[in-house]
Design a protein. Structure first.
Ligand SMILES: Cc1cc2nc3c(=O)[nH]c(=O)nc-3n(C[C@H](O)[C@H](O)[C@H](O)COP(=O)(O)OP(=O)(O)OC[C@H]3O[C@@H](n4cnc5c(N)ncnc54)[C@H](O)[C@@H]3O)c2cc1C
Lengths: 414, 1003
């Protein structure tokens, strides 16, 4: 693998960049792997990467039915934060956030992690109390956050209207080291790093069945033939229910469409990420200059990767109220992704009733930020059978009533 | 030079000059001009800079597909960035400015010169800026952001208004060209309701420019007749300046009408968003011409051939005096002929096809235009303006055969049907080899709930290129939509359209076919985002083979035109690089909107005060007039406190709290949720909804009830009153009314649909006023009319009666531990009763109090508050509310959940009181810490503060909290680290701080 650097670019420029090699190989599947991961989204690829990096397990295939990163990883609004309330969440999201800090250097691919700060507005007394609580919890969890007043909000985000007639801004929970990253780059960077370790990333290959022998996983059937494996990781987000059924168990989750939209690009006018949960919308500005906007999920289950317009309307309306200047910007594009939402809106990283088969799903509307931490924990779980990062997120929690409910802290969970 | 011709211009009125400015310079155009045609008429060739390299950009198209001519319009609170000059109608006083350059359009420091551009290939930023780490955020990223971004950000609150319209129609026709109009007429003749949307200011689309005849009439005249006919039909709605923006599931479509953009002095909203439900949608959206990929195809002065024709015919403008035409099809000959006939010098037609064109070629030749077949453009030179063209063989690598000076180039690479709206909701495409285009696959339309297609493409949008076929296709589409919408189409023969026949086109994806690298790095696919042929080839080489990968890696098609001009050429380039066929590569997904629509129009009227409705209690205005410090609670506003002159909010709260305990307070409790549950099965139903037994409540009595989710968590509480045999009246929290009502309905509709129960949310039908404090009874007695004594109306009972002349229901319930009456009256009488109670309370020191006093009073008594003590993770057992959980009932929502192992675990966080060791107030939300750290290195936590207040009655801070095994640890001292760096210490105490034996309420 050619290392990426400014020097490498200068060298390749001399022959019109014809010397670059593939970022990742595109092999035919082998008959057998130690580990097969289904789903080449961020979580699947990160799992594979840390299996190799931390545990030396490299006889690994990542199988993707479409193109890698084409699921929610390539559709999300890229907010990265770890100001979660509950201990297990704060642990895995903060692990992820701290891995993001060095990810570009680690995988030699610029994922453009931009710790520009994430702000969650408090617009009711109730929200103030909620965020003060989170700030207290975060301090003990090792997550750096702070509750700030409205003047500081205005200072950090000059385009915000803190005196809106309907829901004036009363303060905000501020995580200065939260931010954004380039979603595609995260998938591509991990894929390239996995490929460099000798792993096979097999695109355009759908897993159509999971084979078991005596309650233990034996392999998968795919559109490119059968593949054997010792361990199987199912990391397919919105399609988790479908895959679990193939493996013979059920999951406590629903698949719904979550939408996002961008404006046309404009010159920099907002340097931080702002989430407004009372009015329900959030916004950041991409490096291209587009205002990246998201809101809530549709109220019905589906797999279409489109969404209804009324959600867009609610979200945009909320944001015009918060940032009046966006009224004269134009919506360039709207899209949707199918997110997998569990009963407590927290993910599942767990062993399953099928021995050797592990599942990583339920990231719902907010799993981009977790990719490195999730991969780290999932790899540990798959390699050793145990990980402190994932322990609380086991499937058993639904049986035991040990929920990890984050909706307590925020209405919009991105 | 780009100039106005002496005559021509079917859309302009030369008798009406219009003044406008561009970058501060004054220009003149004519009424009917677009900003683009007016700029061209004033020889303003350079109109902007590209996104990445800041290259000079000129107008390349004439409509919504324009990628280059994006301008800032207006100023101040009417400033709008990134508006297309080609779709902006000129008006007197229009201000426009070019974008993305510094210090000026002509001299842009940000412009990346040729040598340097080499170091910035597609995706360069993924490979660079990796070290040192802090540089990305602090140096590289700000630099990239600053140089990207196109237009300036508006600063102000928008001065304009927007609105939403709702429309229901049988058939929606999107596109008012000849196909759309004819399809609309066909449909309308059946009697179906038809709506036609056209994005421009004129009916007819391309046909009036391109010519031909229908039933022997010139097509322009034929269109005029069609429009007159349609306008006369009652069942037809016609909208100009209204773009079909998106097609969604179930025949839902968006229309984006620009009502006053073209004439800001007109009354009315700026934009109107039409939310349309249609049974069938006809997309007659036409086609877009493709650029040709040759070196220098982005130099200002290189223009789409049909656009050049549009400017000439519609506006009497030519972008150059000496024009060269490059093409792979016959259509571009029309441009040559048209310009020649208007007196413009057409130097050469370079036809990439070895055998050239058909009839139109002959016509051009007859006019004396020189035609070179099998020839291509090797390179266009000139920086900010076309200067010369190097001609080469299409079959070669680009060796120049000849160079000609010229000042404009017309190019045509063929046409792509506009399939966006067909595709938005899942319509699939098929590849047409003969025309080298994707067009709608009639067998795979977007389908509705019945599995049947609901979109029908018509005319050019359906891949038809000739007037004869367009006309008959339009009639067929109109008939199909009519029938599919459930109407009977009239039997009419399609009219006969005639235009000149074409010789077959020949796909040309690169000019010349084997252009050498040097040329490919100057051959642009996406003009706005600066994506070159070499970039797509690089993406393919590096394994970004999926069309989505290529798009994202190179940013091809991600500009504000969403690839309307670039995508197909990019796909072909990718296919070539992968040695695959174009249909194998496929397209990227078409997403709404078709062209960008204003955020303002999406928001509609809902902004400012009316952003969300404010719900007002009958006493809202009184509250407002008496110093209410408002607190939003859901869509309600509740007084947090009533602040008097000279008081702080805190002072007011302290005064109100003391006054309730000492004298009497009056609270506007109208926002409390009120739900009537009625029917033979109502008792049984409520036994399922609440953890307590409600069926055995006696009429006349009240009971405090708890509601849990299926997962066992506490979700709401409130007092339930039994009215009569089959009627119960349930109070919910203010925030819970709608949610709980919906929750009840959901269970009734989905699980217990056979139970005979009705529920009705009557929250707004009643005003509710709480009179609270030792003197409460005296106040009510002064009003008179009802016996409210200790035994007449005991605690936890209710009575109907006439109080002071008002028809009321009084509940004797208390959320403060004081003697307390909650009086309900029909909403219309609320203010009058409030006034009567106020004057009755005069001699007793009555004061109104707000929500904060309510909170303090309940905390003094250790009463829980939903949302404070509960947060969706707490079960009633955690709050010591076991007494409110029926052991007798077989089932209730949450029962089984509460039997799960973690829920019955004795070591849970449970409710206690907390008192700081120094009397200060504990910080809100603080956590108590235990020893050590957990497996993830987090401090171990053993509890948290759920409510915390200063109690003026006890003169100290009091708090409630959930603490691990709390009730067993009375007297223990816990540490709560504050975010202010201080450690607060508090003792675990009983949560009831005040009047432990309840003597005050039982009087
Ligand atoms: C609109 C939107 C906005 C969002 N915003 C944010 C945000 O701001 N911040 C944040 O942190 N998160 C956000 N999220 C959530 C985030 O995108 C997801 O949680 C995360 O990307 C999930 O990653 P994943 O790898 O689990 O899933 P995906 O990226 O969806 O990957 C799953 C992969 O599995 C593949 N697959 C499925 N079935 C099969 C099969 N049978 N065989 C083979 N392969 C299969 C799919 O093709 C897919 O590529 C957002 C999501 C959406 C939709």
């Amino acid at each position: 693998m050619k290392r990426y650097s400014a020097f490498a670019i200068a060298r390749e420029a001399l022959n019109y960049h014809t010397g670059w090699s593939r970022a990742w190989a595109s092999p035919e599947p082998k008959k057998r792997y130690d580990v097969v991961i289904i789903g080449a989204g961020g979580h699947g690829l990160a799992t594979a990467y840390y299996l190799g990096k931390n545990f030396g397990i490299t006889n690994v295939a990542v199988i993707e039915k479409g193109w890698l990163g084409g699921g929610n990883t390539g559709r999300n609004t890229t907010i990265i934060r770890s100001n979660y309330l509950q201990d297990p969440s704060a642990a895995i999201y903060e692990k992820a956030r701290s891995l993001y800090e060095d990810l570009s250097q680690d995988i030699n691919y610029n994922v453009m992690f931009s710790p520009r700060g994430v702000m969650m507005l408090a617009q009711t007394q109730h929200e103030i109390r909620g965020y003060q609580r989170t700030a207290h919890a975060n301090a003990l969890q090792g997550v750096q956050t702070e509750f700030i007043g409205p003047e500081r909000v205005k200072e950090l985000v000059p385009i915000i209207d803190i005196n809106g007639p309907r829901y004036p801004v009363l303060g905000a929970l501020w995580q200065p080291r939260g931010g954004t990253a380039r979603h595609d780059a995260v998938a591509w960077g991990y894929a390239r790093a996995c490929s460099a370790m000798g792993m096979d990333i097999i695109q355009q290959c759908e897993v159509t069945g999971v084979r078991t022998e005596n309650g233990k996983v034996a392999g998968v059937d795919t559109t490119k033939g059968a593949i054997d494996c010792d361990k199987l990781g199912v990391v397919v987000a919105g399609h988790s229910g479908v895959l679990a059924e193939k493996a013979g168990f059920r999951l406590p989750l629903e698949s719904v469409a979550l939408q996002a939209l961008v404006s046309e690009p404009i010159k920099p006018c907002m340097d931080v990420v702002v989430m407004a949960n009372t009015v329900h919308g959030y916004m950041s500005q991409s490096d291209k200059g587009e205002m990246v906007i998201g809101g809530g999920t549709d109220g019905y289950n589906n797999y279409t990767q489109r969404g209804s317009f009324h959600h867009i309307e609610e979200t945009v309306r909320a944001l015009i109220e918060t940032f009046p200047m966006i009224s004269r910007l134009k919506m360039l594009r709207q899209w949707g992704g199918i997110v997998d939402v569990t009963g407590d809106r927290s993910p599942i990283l767990s062993k399953t009733p099928v021995e050797g088969c592990f599942i990583n799903c339920g990231w719902g509307t907010g799993g981009f930020k977790a990719i490195p931490g999730s991969g780290w924990g999932m790899a540990e779980l798959m390699a050793t059978g145990h990980s402190p990062l994932t322990e609380a997120f086991s499937l058993d929690r639904f049986k035991e009533g040990r929920f990890i409910d984050e909706s307590v802290a925020a209405g919009v969970a991105h | 030079m780009s100039t106005r011709l002496a005559n021509q211009g079917r859309l302009i009125d030369r008798s009406k000059p219009v003044k406008f400015t561009f970058n501060g310079k004054s220009f003149t155009g004519f009424a009917g001009d677009t900003l683009a045609s007016a700029l061209l008429a004033n020889d303003q060739m350079l109109v902007g800079r590209s996104f990445k390299y800041h290259r000079p950009r000129g107008i390349v198209a004439s409509g919504a597909e324009e990628p280059n001519a994006l301008l800032g319009l207006g100023s101040g609170d009417r400033f709008e960035p990134n508006q297309r000059a080609t779709t902006t109608e000129l008006f007197d006083g229009l201000e426009s400015a070019s974008q993305n350059h510094w210090p000026s359009l002509e001299y842009d420091i940000g412009a990346v010169n040729k040598a340097f551009a080499r170091f910035l290939p597609a995706g360069f930023y993924y490979k660079m800026f990796i070290h040192p780490r802090p540089f990305w955020k602090h140096i590289y990223e700000p630099f990239i952001r600053q140089s990207a971004g196109l237009g300036r950000a508006p600063k102000d609150r928008d001065a304009d208004r927007y609105e939403h319209f709702y429309a229901f129609t049988d058939i929606l026709v999107i596109g008012g060209g000849v196909a759309g109009l004819l399809a609309a007429k066909t449909a309308a003749q059946s009697g179906a309701k038809v709506m036609v949307l056209e994005q421009t200011a004129h009916w007819g689309g391309r046909a009036p420019v391109d010519g031909g005849t229908v039933n022997g009439t010139a097509v322009a005249d034929y269109i005029a007749i069609l429009v007159t006919e349609l306008e006369a039909m009652d069942n037809v709605t016609m909208r100009l300046r209204c773009m079909g923006a998106g097609v969604y599931d179930h025949g839902y479509a968006l229309g984006y009408e620009r009502v006053t953009d073209h004439a800001p002095s007109l009354e009315g909203p700026r934009h109107r968003l039409w939310r349309i439900r249609a049974k069938q949608i006809i997309t007659a959206t036409g086609a877009i011409e493709r650029p040709l990929s040759f070196a220098g195809n982005d130099v200002p002065g290189v223009m789409l051939a049909a656009a050049m024709r549009d400017y000439a015919v519609n506006y009497g403008v030519t972008p150059g005096d000496k024009v060269i035409v490059a093409t792979n099809n016959d259509d571009a000959y029309r441009t040559a002929i048209c310009l020649k006939e208007m007196g413009v010098d057409v130097l050469r037609i370079l036809d990439a096809r070895d055998t050239g064109g058909g009839e139109l070629m002959e016509q051009a030749r007859e006019l004396g235009i020189r035609i070179d077949c099998g020839r291509a453009i090797g390179k266009v030179s000139g920086g900010k303006r076309v200067k010369k063209v190097a001609i080469c063989a299409q079959a070669g690598t680009g060796a120049a055969l000849e160079e000609i000076s010229c000042d404009a180039v017309a190019m045509s690479g063929g046409w792509s049907p506009v399939v966006h709206l067909w595709s938005h909701c899942g319509g699939k495409l098929t590849w047409d080899d003969s025309l080298s285009q994707f067009r709608p696959d009639p067998n795979r339309p977007p389908t509705g709930a019945d599995g049947q297609g609901f979109v029908v493409p018509a005319g050019t949008a359906n891949g038809e290129m000739h007037l004869g076929e367009i006309v008959s296709d339009a009639v067929a589409a109109g008939k199909k939509a009519t029938q599919d919408a459930g109407f009977k189409a009239k039997r009419t023969a399609a009219p006969r359209g005639v235009d000149t026949a074409y010789a077959p086109m020949e796909p040309v994806w690169l000019m010349p076919r084997n252009a050498e690298m040097e040329l490919r790095t100057k051959t642009w696919l996406d003009y706005q985002n600066d994506v070159k042929v070499s970039d797509v080839q690089l993406a393919a080489r590096e394994g970004y083979e999926s069309v989505e990968h290529t798009k994202r890696y190179t940013t091809l098609g991600m500009a504000t035109d969403q690839g309307k001009l670039s995508n197909i050429n990019g796909l072909a380039t990718l296919a070539n690089a992968l040695d695959a066929k174009i249909p194998q590569v496929g397209t990227t997904t078409f997403r709404p909107p078709y062209t960008p629509i204003s955020m303002g129009s999406i928001g509609g009227e809902a902004r400012g005060e009316v952003f969300q409705p404010i719900r007002r209690t009958p006493m809202h205005d009184w509250n407002e007039a008496h110093g209410a410090d408002w607190e939003p609670v859901g869509q309600w506003r509740r007084p947090y406190a009533y602040v008097r002159d000279g008081e702080t909010v805190h002072d007011a709260v302290m005064r109100e709290t003391r006054n309730v305990r000492e004298a009497v307070g009056i609270l506007d409790a109208s926002t409390l949720g009120k739900i009537v549950v009625k029917g033979p099965d109502a008792g049984r139903f409520l036994d399922m909804m609440y953890t307590n037994m409600m069926s055995n409540l006696k009429p006349g009595k009240c009971r405090y009830g708890l509601m849990c989710s299926e997962n066992g968590f506490l979700i709401d509480d409130g007092v339930v009153a039994r009215i009569d045999d089959d009627t119960w009246f349930c109070h919910t929290t203010t925030g819970g009314a709608e949610r709980i009502h919906a929750h009840m309905e959901e269970w009734l509709q989905t699980e217990w649909w056979d139970w005979k129960v009705y529920v009705a949310n009557v929250t707004e039908q009643f005003a509710q006023i709480a009179v609270v404090g030792p003197k409460a009874r005296a106040v009510l007695e002064k009003l008179g009319g009802m016996d409210v004594g200790k035994d007449d109306l005991p605690f936890m009972e209710w009575r109907d009666g006439i109080l002071g002349g008002f028809d009321v229901r009084i509940y004797r319930i208390s959320f403060s531990g004081e003697l307390s009456y909650e009086i309900a009256v029909s909403a219309s009488q609320g203010q009058a009763l409030w006034n009567a109670l106020r004057s009755a309370g005069d001699g007793f020191g009555m004061m109104p109090y707000g929500t904060e006093t309510l909170h303090i009073l309940r905390a003094e008594k250790g009463f829980i508050m939903i949302g404070d003590e509960s947060d969706g993770t707490v079960i009633p057992q955690d709050l010591g509310l076991n007494w409110a959980i029926s052991k007798k009932k077989e089932d209730f929502l949450g029962k089984r959940a509460q039997q799960r192992s973690h829920m019955t675990d004795p070591t849970r966080w449970k409710l206690v009181g907390l008192e700081t060791t120094d009397g200060s107030v504990l910080p809100d939300g603080a956590y108590a810490v235990g020893e050590g750290v957990n497996a993830n290195g987090q401090r171990n936590m053993v509890g948290r503060v759920t409510s915390t207040y200063y109690s003026p009655n006890l003169n100290k801070g009091i708090a409630m909290g959930l603490v691990l095994n709390g009730p067993d640890r009375m007297g223990e001292v816990l540490e709560f680290p504050g975010t202010d760096g201080k450690i607060y210490t508090a003792t675990i105490v009983d949560p009831v701080f005040y009047d432990k034996d309840g003597e005050k309420q039982n009087v």
